[in-house]
Design a protein around this ligand. Structure first.
Ligand code: SAM
Length: 335
């Protein structure tokens, strides 16, 4: 039955807690060229069959509806590793035609050769994940010996104007928490903002424990002991920002475990197989792909999108007894 929802009238995505959703994460693939130990097993991931992954035309349709009709203002492409999706610049060009802030989260391994093309296609900026500056540790952590490629990729992104480049570091106790100061120094010297992320229970294995989370308080204390810091007011970004008192720029922390920003969350996520999610930790998907492939109208899509946002909960429940780990891991949802 055709939907009664008219799509010509703007309908901001407001949930039952009054949060207005402006930010869309699109996972363009669940595949990845790295196997970060805190994210994926070395072998044995089951990839989506290609036919289940949304096409560029399907992504363009959903993104266009969300931007024009539902007030989405920023789109971040992610994965898996988004740069392993063939012809990514073609999708970037389609999305860049929309009035949005368009960005990409990547492990940076291919940026040396892809940054210029992505920038030309209309990509605005990139976040690059980099969890260690020590070659052997980097290779052990990612199970790929490609630190040099990532460092060259960061330079290439800056050169291509995909700025401000941000560097994301997932901190895991006993793995890379002794590098906090080194990584902060790296950001200061390169003039990029490094953001330290508390490890979340979204690994494909079951290695996550509370004890392995290095908290924001600890991160700020350790960096601040070397480079004194002061907090900067938090906006709608998940990162808490801190400014170096000596004028060396800023550093961020994403304290998703100890100080979640759920009350300000303005995000929705589309998985590579077309499932809309209102939270990383949702245990429910809202299936847009079936609607797209069954010839659904924009009104049908709007119904599903609004149902998803309408069901958004107040916040995730990590650390609470009723916490249920999502069926899919970070790389499968789209981090
Ligand atoms: N492959 C791209 C990359 O490396 O940035 C994009 C996808 S990746 C899943 C997105 C981000 O999620 C990366 O910064 C990664 O380090 C982070 N991540 C993965 N698993 C995580 C977890 N369990 N907790 C916190 N962050 C995680």
């Amino acid at each position: 039955m055709p939907s009664a929802v008219p799509t010509e009238v703007p309908r901001p995505l407001v949930d039952t807690f009054g949060r207005v959703h402006r930010d869309l994460r699109i996972s363009v693939t669940d595949r990845c060229n790295f196997r970060c130990t805190y994210c994926m097993p070395e072998e044995g991931m089951t990839w989506l069959p290609r036919g289940e992954v949304l096409t560029f035309e399907e992504l363009e349709r959903v993104a266009g509806l969300l931007v024009r009709h539902h007030g989405i203002r920023s789109i971040r492409l992610t994965g898996g590793e988004p740069t392993v999706r063939a012809h990514l610049p073609v999708l970037v060009a389609k999305l860049a035609a929309l009035p949005v802030d368009l960005s990409l989260t990547t492990n940076g391994a291919t940026l040396r050769s892809t940054a210029a093309g992505l920038a030309e296609a209309g990509l605005g900026r990139v976040n690059v994940s980099l969890d260690s500056l020590r070659p052997e540790r980097f290779a052990a952590l990612t199970r790929r010996d490609q630190l040099d490629d990532v460092l060259a990729g960061i330079d290439a992104a800056i050169e291509a104007g995909l700025t401000p480049v941000k560097v994301n570091v997932v901190v895991v106790r006993g793995v890379n928490d002794d590098e906090l100061v080194e990584l902060a120094r790296f950001g200061r010297e390169l003039g990029v903002t490094v953001r330290f992320i508390e490890w979340m229970p979204l690994d494909a294995g079951d290695a996550w424990t509370n004890e392995l989370v290095v908290t924001q308080a600890e991160i700020v204390e350790r960096i601040g002991a070397e480079f004194p810091l002061r907090p900067v007011a938090r906006g709608s970004e998940p990162a808490e920002q801190f400014r170096y008192l000596d004028g060396g720029g800023e550093v961020g922390v994403i304290p998703s475990v100890t100080q979640p920003f759920c009350a300000q969350c303005d995000r929705i996520r589309l998985t590579a197989d077309g499932q809309l999610r209102s939270c990383l930790f949702s245990i429910e998907d809202h299936d847009l792909r079936t609607i797209l492939r069954a010839g659904g109208t924009d009104g049908d899509l709007t119904d599903a999108i609004e149902a998803c946002v309408g069901a958004k909960w107040a916040g995730h429940a990590i650390n609470q007894v009723h916490f249920v780990k999502p069926r899919r891991s970070m790389s499968q949802i789209g981090g």
